[in-house]
Design a protein around this ligand. Structure first.
Ligand SMILES: N[C@@H](CCC[C@H](N)C(=O)O)C(=O)O
Length: 242
């Protein structure tokens, strides 16, 4: 099979398109494996849809299906555009709802699904930005992988520590389904932005830096989150599925 590998700010994905919607949990594990597969944080499968430009299936590296993925939405939009599956400005369906995206060269902006606050857990706050994210505003160096892993299982959520420095937002994320810290997480950066904004640390727009150090932009307009940054199609390959 022919697959494309993408990096969206360091969050990496294997992407292919198909005609049939079926359980692809096993192939996600195989393709995402960093030793025996292509290697990625997630698998995205682009499928035709009658109402929208396309529909996707998103799987984490461990084969679990997730409702949404912010960085993945930008990579998928770029893939769909360059493969002539969607126009520059597109709408596509995820489990969490409809995503609007616009491709401009290697920059892609996604309008995420509606967001909400779920609950407070001490100094942490649990947001839903398409998928669940616990966020704490603290020194970015206080990110502790063991604590994050414990919270992830206690709350079935991704876990973020965020800090505002010189008006910019810095975020580190432990991702469920990858079961490790990743180089970037879009829905996590957006949840972190919401918490920082609530605390008056940022306004309606912010420049954000995930662990990869790449620059992204988030804005809140009419209570909707817009998330913008570069994506890179790192390679296209054939992969033997045996
Ligand atoms: N990396 C993604 C989020 C992917 C899903 C997440 N791991 C989950 O299972 O909730 C992003 O960029 O938003």
């Amino acid at each position: 099979m022919v697959v494309s590998k993408y990096s969206a700010s360091g969050n990496d994905f294997v992407i292919f398109h198909a005609f049939l919607k079926k359980d692809r949990s096993e192939i996600a594990k195989i393709l995402c494996d960093r030793q025996n597969g292509v290697g990625a944080d997630g698998l995205i499968v682009i499928l035709p849809h009658e109402q929208y430009d396309f529909e996707w299936q998103f799987y984490n590296a461990d084969g679990s299906e997730a409702e949404m993925c912010g960085n993945g939405s930008r990579a998928a939009a770029h893939y769909a555009y360059v493969n002539e599956l969607a126009p520059k400005k597109m709408q596509f369906l995820t489990i969490a709802g409809v995503i609007e995206a616009e491709v401009d060269g290697d920059i892609v902006e996604s309008q995420l699904t509606e967001h909400k606050i779920i609950k407070e857990v001490g100094e942490w706050k649990l947001f839903d930005t398409g998928v669940p994210h616990l966020v704490k505003i603290d020194d970015i160096n206080s990110f502790n992988i063991e604590e994050a892993r414990k919270l992830r299982y206690e709350h079935n959520a991704n876990v973020n520590v965020a800090e505002v420095k010189d008006g910019n937002l810095y975020v580190r994320t432990y991702e469920r389904g990858v079961e490790d810290e990743t180089l970037a997480c879009g829905t996590g950066m957006c949840a972190s932005f919401l918490f920082a904004r609530e605390q008056g640390l940022v306004g309606n727009e912010v420049t954000v830096y995930p662990k990869s150090g790449e620059e992204l932009h988030i804005k809140l307009k009419n209570n909707r989150l817009y998330f913008k940054g570069k994506v890179k199609n790192t390679f296209i390959t054939t992969f033997n599925v045996t």
